[in-house]
Design a protein around this ligand. Sequence first.
Ligand code: AMP
Length: 202
Amino acid sequence: MNPSSPASPQTHQPRPDFSVCVFCGSRLGHHHEWAATAADTGKAIADRGWGLVFGAGRWGLMGTLAQAAIEEGGWVSGIIPRYLTEMEPVISGLADLQVVETMVERKVRMIDQSQAFLILPGGIGTYEELFEVWTGRQTGSHDKPIVIANLSGYYDKLLDFVRDGLHQGFLTARHMEAIDVQTSIAGVFASLDRYARALDPK
Ligand code: AMP
């Protein structure tokens, strides 16, 4: 097996047609409900037969999310730079593991190999990933939906800051239309279900 190949199967499950790339904290955060939310999200993705693409780590909300999806029998792909594998354990049970050389290469693959992005609570890594996919959509490098799970108002301040940029003339309404902000997991999955149906209307 070549671990850096995009098709480096760890199990024999086929790659689903619809995969959600989830960005979220490599820490658990102080509120225990985030871990429950991450686990529910992983299960809901697996139950729909969708793929989960994520950062391959075992820590924090990322690990909780992926572990729940794997335990539910879901197809989970982890894409991680080699130097991170030397610092932390890669989660086991992945359907697909891709070890790449740089963070940039990893992000390109995460974007290419997913059909939608979901942002759960997280820290600067998660913010950076949100802005990467958001600017990518704005500049036309992809046209995939971006769902922000603004649970318990976690992203209120960030979104207020962005809206202020709109009022100050640095963003346009088109920037805001590129994101789908949901305040509940039910709302998140209502959106994702719609996006999945739009790609495969049968
Ligand atoms: P943060 O929000 O700062 O905890 O960073 C988490 C996000 O950045 C995740 O969505 C990952 O894709 C990426 N990331 C940050 N740290 C790690 C790590 N140690 N292992 C794997 N991915 C990470």
